[in-house]
Ligand binder design. Structure first.
Ligand code: NAI
Length: 270
């Protein structure tokens, strides 16, 4: 159902890899709500070509950019404004990658070059996106910037290894840039802390199926789906949440407020 919440708004959506991606669902919902936007992803990720289907469905253009490259981001913001015919109202940062997780390294055996890569791709890229947007004065007043986080920023999930630190850094960047962009242009910056979700990045984490089921049993509403995450993201891009900024917003079916649940007790007693 569409409410025209994003009528007339222009955006940049990072991170749609395939139709399971959270960014993919956000793009589809943003289109339904009347937004115009460009899609972007790392040049390597585009070789799979899936994003072309999304671009067609959303009547959106694709601009490749490695989010760790300031030069690529400058090109992206310049081209996006050209294509969309004006400044940007919303940005979705839906990017995460850890070479240590990919290679199955445990927390006590991390490769530090890879650790730096994890932080650069999954967190510093968020800083760089806002740095470029600010320097180029590329966003409209009352714009909205959202990145996706995970509760391992606050609690221990052993298999999430260096991504836990990346998410803590990401959330801190949201607060600090939120202050800066809020003062300058009333732009709000938030992170959404999402339930485990069956995507390429999500299922790459060791033991994913177990903590997916655990979180589902622990949460009174169950795990939040990627579609529900897209709905929530749309509200944050809309004018209905203009005064929400510098927050890490839990979108987890209640998981973060739980100690133990009957569902989990049943699981253990079995
Ligand atoms: P996904 O694998 O579909 O998306 C990750 C995206 O990051 C991909 O499109 C990938 O190409 C992009 N990316 C990687 N390196 C990049 C670079 N250098 N420059 C530009 N883009 C790059 O997976 P998902 O789950 O949709 O991930 C989106 C966000 O949601 C990530 O920040 C992830 O950590 C977060 N998240 C995911 C959860 C899950 O369980 N799937 C739970 C909570 C948060």
């Amino acid at each position: 159902m569409s409410y025209n919440l994003l009528e007339g708004k222009k955006g940049i959506i990072f991170g749609a890899l395939d139709e399971k991606s959270i960014a993919w669902k956000v793009a589809m919902r943003a289109k339904e709500e009347g937004a115009e936007f460009v899609l972007t992803n790392a040049p390597l990720a585009m070789r799979m070509g899936e994003i072309n289907k999304l671009a067609e469905a959303c009547n959106a253009q694709i601009i490749p950019a490695d989010a760790t490259s300031v030069e690529d981001l400058e090109n992206l913001f310049a081209k996006a404004q050209e294509i969309l015919g004006g400044k940007i109202d919303f940005v979705l940062h839906s990017i995460g990658m850890s070479p240590n997780i990919r290679k199955g390294k445990s927390y006590g055996d991390l490769n530090y070059d890879w650790f730096m890569k994890t932080l650069d791709v999954s967190a510093l890229s968020f800083h760089k996106v806002m740095h470029v947007a600010e320097k180029m004065d590329a966003m409209n007043e009352w714009g909205s910037v959202v990145a996706l986080s995970y509760i391992a920023a606050q609690r221990v999930f052993p298999d999430y290894t260096d991504m836990s630190q990346a998410k803590a850094l990401l959330e801190s960047i949201a607060r600090n840039y939120g202050y800066r962009l809020g003062l300058q242009k009333k732009i709000r910056v938030n992170t959404i802390s999402q339930s485990p979700t069956k995507t390429t990045a999500g299922t790459g984490v060791g033991g994913f199926d177990v903590f997916y089921d655990y979180a589902d049993k622990m949460s009174p509403l169950g795990n939040a789906s990627a579609e529900a995450c897209a709905d929530y993201t749309i509200t944050l891009f809309s004018d209905l949440t203009k005064m929400v900024t510098m927050q890490n917003l839990m979108h987890d079916g209640g998981f973060s407020s739980m100690g133990i649940s009957e569902g989990v007790i049943d699981m253990i007693q079995k």
